[in-house]
Design a protein around this ligand. Structure first.
Ligand code: NAD
Ligand code: TYD
Length: 351
């Protein structure tokens, strides 16, 4: 089949990547979508069962740090667009094992940039889209929002590795003219989210009547965005974003961790027919994360004004949808929390 575009999506078996892959496979049958993923603990092909048989979809198990494999993928599929999401993504794991973050997030990204540069002798019609995080901007006090011109000030090994990768992407645009675009997004939530992150972990623990670990005093603030809204923003930026530009993506939706956890407890009490207040009793304040960023908040005005994107869902509605998804996908939850997850959980929360 003659495809109009041949797009490589990296990290497509992960949380956000699977939503991006699904959206592109379903909305653009004229594009070939090649999903390359190493299938680390965070990658899971179950996330993509509904599209795996589509004629415009191909999966490749591979590592973005492996230049020879990446080279072969570009040659074989004549890749003309990249949407790069593959990463180590969990701040807590970056504190215990920073090298894994340097390897995939920095070396992996530069490997991919090099392969794209060497294959795209003509940059016309090509695009390298790098998906990044608002955590590169550091931590806010009580006021203010991150804009696209906020200076980088990453504070965790995770955010330092993402900041380094963002700098390399801009350096390749500036030095070699590689056509790139970057977006920096706030915290996502929704289906297929691995239950080491706050929202799915809280849902899973309530479901199992297990303690809900809240770091420090629970006063840290995050700006939450529904993952399908992020996937839609990525679609818009991939197609219409200006070359070499950066777009912030966020929900204008700030929540203190403890308020969010309380809300989830109340939603789950209702859904599970438990007496009001039952789940809140599971909340346990635990040792704070080292170097814990206080507040993130994104100003997504540029994306709205220039490309017309806005979040579509109210938070309460998105959370209800998310809780419903987890409650009706218990097998998925059981599968991803068996094996290594138990060791991670014990080491992280019970040591
Ligand atoms: P995730 O951890 O759920 O998924 C990451 C995926 O990358 C997994 O499928 C994993 O197998 C794959 N992967 C890891 N190392 C790889 C390698 N060396 N080669 C190939 N594949 C590899 O992460 P996510 O939450 O879906 O995040 C996706 C991207 O979005 C990341 O770049 C992250 O920095 C960024 N981001 C995430 C959030 C968030 O709230 N989760 C917010 C903003 C930006
Ligand atoms: P997380 O979901 O890990 O995302 P990030 O660190 O990238 O923002 O954490 C969200 C917030 O929740 C953060 O302030 C840390 C806090 N948190 C807890 O209080 N308890 C937990 O068990 C986890 C995983 C996170």
């Amino acid at each position: 089949m003659n495809f109009e575009r041949k797009i490589l999506i990296t990290g497509g078996a992960g949380f956000i990547g699977s939503h991006v892959v699904r959206r592109f496979v379903q909305n653009y049958p004229q594009y070939l979508i090649v999903n390359l993923d190493k299938l680390t603990y965070a990658g899971n092909l179950e996330n993509l069962r509904d599209v795996e048989g589509a004629p415009n979809y191909q999966f490749i198990k591979g590592d973005i740090c492996d230049a020879a494999t990446m080279d072969q993928v570009f040659s074989e599929h004549q890749i003309d667009g990249v949407i790069h999401l593959a990463a180590e993504s969990h701040v807590d794991r970056s504190i215990t094992n920073p090298m894994a973050f340097v390897e995939t997030n920095v070396i992996g990204t530069v490997t991919l940039l090099n392969v794209a540069k060497s294959h795209w002798s003509d940059f016309k019609g090509k695009r390298f889209y790098h998906v990044s995080t608002d955590e590169v901007y550091g931590s806010l006090g009580d006021t203010g929002l991150f804009t696209e011109t906020t200076p980088y000030d990453p504070k965790s090994p995770y955010s330092a590795s993402k900041a380094a990768s963002d700098h390399f992407v801009r350096a390749y645009q500036n030095t070699y003219g590689l056509p790139t675009v970057i977006s920096n997004c706030s915290n996502n939530y929704g289906s297929y989210h691995f239950p080491e992150k706050l929202i799915p972990l809280t849902i899973n623990n309530i479901r199992n009547n297990k303690q809900i670990p809240v770091y420090g005093k629970g006063e840290n603030i995050r700006d939450w965005l529904f993952v399908e809204d992020h996937a839609r923003a990525i679609d818009v930026i991939f197609h219409k974003g200006a070359e070499g530009d950066t777009y912030n993506i966020g929900g204008f939706n700030e929540w203190k961790n403890i308020d969010l956890v309380n809300l989830l407890c109340d939603i789950l009490d209702k859904k599970l027919d438990r007496e009001e207040g039952t789940s809140r009793k599971l909340i346990t304040y635990v040792k704070d994360r080292a170097g814990h960023d206080m507040r993130y908040a994104i100003d997504a005005t540029k994306l709205k004004n220039e490309l017309g994107w806005e979040p579509s869902l109210q938070f309460e509605e998105g959370l209800e949808k998310t809780v419903d998804w987890y409650l009706s996908n218990e097998k998925w939850l059981e599968d991803v929390t068996s094996g290594d997850y138990q060791n991670y959980y014990k080491e992280h929360y019970q040591s």
